[in-house]
Write a protein that binds this ligand. Sequence first.
Ligand code: MF3
Ligand code: CO
Length: 250
Amino acid sequence: MAVTIKSDREIELMRESGHLLARVQNGLADMVKAGMSTYEINAIGEKLIRDLGCIPSFLNYEGYPASICVSVNEEIVHGIPSEDKFIKDGDIVSLDAGLIYKGYHSDCARTLIIGDATEEARKLTEVTKQSFFEGIRAAKAGNHLYDISDAIDRYVTPFGYGIVEDMTGHGIGTSMHEDPMIPNYHQDEKGIYLQPGMTLAIEPMINAGSREIKISDNGWTVSSADGSLSAHYENTILITEGDPEILTMI
Ligand code: MF3
Ligand code: CO
């Protein structure tokens, strides 16, 4: 499938979709506390999405059984909410959420620091977030797609962290996953030209230790193979003639 360029009308719908999802993530960040189960977090997130008149895009996606991916500590992405899994003080909790508004998808993830986390956990979380901002500095019309990948890699690698390679960012629009795939590490080619009207989900996933992953017996939850902490930060952005616009922040 070709990379889509959104019309002005579509951009406005993507913007509204993104702003609604930002409200969901902000609501979750205010409410998630030590002692909650990951199931409760999913229930709160799903209600926030539905109360805004939107559809949770993750629910039943390829059989995924929840609306919010809740990935704790060494879990990278796609953690399945469970009534038996409780958030503890000092955990880092990655919340990935997606919604559909008038047919347009937005997708956004945050790693939350719960209470009194270690310096290692806080630094990993901050570097992962900052790597997204380094990446989008390169997300300008006329640059190439893999300038984004390179910028993330150049920023993260000196910390000695493992950039997850098995999962990538992606185009987004009337589907959650559109072309192109957006790796978070150096590519030997340049990739396509970035053009105004492209909407992209950029989502570095960074392990404190090795980049290697393992997949749980549940078929979904992806964790660091060495058990090291992992963080995730994602926004849906719009390529413009000037600086990119972050659609999933308000
Ligand atoms: N946010 C994820 C992505 O960018 C999608 C979650 S997978 C799902 O690919 F199965 F939970 F939907
Ligand atoms: Co995504």
